[in-house]
Write a protein that binds this ligand. Structure first.
Ligand code: XIL
Length: 526
């Protein structure tokens, strides 16, 4: 019996000839921002249509564009853009519901409760308007200060109270329960940066309290004064480990030639090394379309030609490195690796966390691992009844509830009326094909650890068997330098590891040869 890890199986992969086809090889999207003013430029629309499968409106879904007068919404331009995207088979990132910048004049002059209400009304009305059409919303944009303080950015929204961000997320979830809800910011790329830490702490807090957040957007505007940090992969992984998807949302890198291309490749590689990195969006089509046009920061030149950076990104996407996390492309394409309902899933576990509580209700969140085709059985306490749920189909109202995937990944939540009983429900998980773990199943978890100039370590932990064989798929260029606590054969491509009497945890050192993405692995037993 073969079990895969959450990291995905290194299946044989065909090369994609466009950015989105190549990204799709690892179950990711590749997007661009487009501007309404350029939508009758044939060359521009051709590139946008051919290369990308995720669309952001560069300015047309911001607060000033959608609600120019209080209570009077103007959706026509944004609708045209969204309709163009959807009718061409693309998905849409909504940008952005709440932000201190690009507010309409009437909002800029508002403060306090009046502003809080106006902001929440904007979030609700806009998210409702686009309901069902948005892959991910940037619910809140740029709410943290630059520099070393780690503080919130001062703004009229922040001055309405520190809970303005979570209030926006709750309103967005209610208005469009199927969109992924992201916090989006810049200068959050370097793990050691105070702003990065501050956003991380907020997301950790939100997850622990059940505030509905699904993803973190990294704008990724880079230039020589703010280069791609060497720990970028670590940053993305640390956020992903909180149980959110990460997305690169506004990528541009000023420069030219090989140095620019290498940095674009590095960002692509960092995303591909993180299973929960769902995709990359570049902030414009051609250099001349960029908000920073002088920095020539995009993948196509002003004449619409592919730049070296384009080729490096395409090659990296085609490298066959790590597959994306199950379901993080939304419902996914049938047959995408790891999408709900795919064969190959086995046992599963569910983690239950208590969330927010109010007078008569409280939230509980559930995170499933080990399968995508799960059924979670929830045992509620006496008196409790279901008020609401998100990111799963939940049947039943009291006693035993049953939750199954609805295309929104493996984390979901419920709101229960407590009726005086606020105890957290318990839950168990089974795979819907009825498979229970047999004695000869095994799983292997893969962790990338130390990294030096030319080498890095990866450790493997096998569960549920002692007579295992772990097959390790190296990235292109990588080769084995060293191993410990297992017999490892092979040196490039596919390695095979078996026990050498030192237990079920072992490790390898790989020469990266420029490719520092973690290998993937599968486990089988006799
Ligand atoms: C920029 C647009 O590209 C410009 O056209 C506009 O004048 C200003 O905003 N962070 C964001 C984006 O979240 O919305 C910004 O877009 C770039 C920085």
């Amino acid at each position: 019996m073969v079990m895969s890890t959450g990291i995905g199986i290194g299946a044989a992969q065909a090369a994609g000839s466009t950015l989105h086809e190549a990204a799709d090889e690892s179950n990711r999207y590749f997007g661009t921002a487009i501007a309404a003013s350029r939508m009758n430029d044939q060359q521009y629309m051709n590139i946008a249509n051919t290369e990308f499968d995720m669309i952001s409106a560069e300015n047309e879904m911001k607060l000033d564009a959608l609600e120019p007068q209080q209570g009077q919404f103007n959706f026509s331009t944004a609708d045209q853009m969204v309709d163009w995207a959807i009718s061409n088979g693309k998905q849409v990132r909504g940008h952005t519901l709440a932000w201190h910048s690009q507010q309409p004049g009437w909002m800029q002059n508002m403060e306090g409760q009046q502003l809080r209400n106006a902001m929440l009304n904007h979030v609700t009305r806009v998210a409702e308007h686009f309901e069902g059409k948005i892959h991910s919303w940037d619910v809140v944009n740029e709410a943290f200060a630059d520099g070393s303080s780690g503080a919130r950015r001062d703004s009229n929204l922040q001055r309405t109270g520190n809970d303005w961000i979570e209030a926006a997320f709750y309103a967005a979830r209610e208005a469009d329960p199927n969109a992924r809800l992201c916090y989006n910011d810049y200068n959050t790329d370097d793990w050691n940066h105070a702003k990065t830490q501050a956003v991380y702490n907020m997301v950790a807090d939100f997850k622990s309290r059940g505030v509905p957040i699904d993803c973190v957007g990294f704008q990724a505007h880079f230039n020589s004064g703010n280069p791609v940090p060497s720990n970028y992969h670590e940053t993305l992984q640390n956020f992903a480990d909180l149980g959110v998807d990460v997305q690169i949302t506004e990528l541009d890198i000023e420069g030219s030639g090989t140095s620019q291309a290498e940095q674009f490749r590095g960002v692509t590689q960092a995303c591909m090394a993180v299973t929960r990195c769902a995709g990359i969006t570049v902030w414009g089509v051609r250099d001349t379309d960029s908000w920073r046009a002088q920095g020539t920061p995009l993948l196509f030149d002003g004449n619409g030609n592919k730049k070296q950076a384009y080729n490096y990104v395409l090659d990296q996407l085609n490298s066959g490195d790590g597959n994306a996390y199950e379901g993080d492309n939304g419902a996914g394409n049938p047959g995408d690796p790891g999408d709900p309902g795919d064969p190959g899933d086995g046992s599963c576990t569910v983690t239950v966390s208590s969330g927010e509580s109010w007078g008569d209700r409280f939230n509980t969140t559930f995170e499933v691992s080990g399968a995508d085709d799960w059924v979670v059985t929830i045992n509620t306490g006496s008196g409790q009844s279901l008020q609401n749920s998100w990111n799963a189909d939940v049947s039943g109202t009291s006693g035993t509830l049953t939750a199954t995937p609805n295309g929104n990944g493996n984390a979901f939540g419920i709101t229960l009326y407590s009726n005086g009983n606020t105890s957290t429900p318990t839950a168990s998980c089974s795979s819907s094909d009825g498979d229970t773990p047999a004695a000869d199943d095994c799983t292997v978890s893969v962790t990338k650890t130390d990294e030096w100039g030319d080498r890095f370590n990866t450790t493997f932990e096998v569960a549920d068997a002692d007579d295992w064989t772990v097959t390790i798929n190296l990235g292109s260029g990588q080769s084995l330098q060293n191993s410990w606590n297992a017999d490892v054969s092979g040196s490039t491509g596919t390695l095979t590891a078996t026990p050498n009497g030192n237990g079920d945890s072992f490790g390898i050192t790989l020469y990266s040869n420029g490719n520092t993405s973690a290998p993937t692995a599968t486990c089988t037993t006799a």
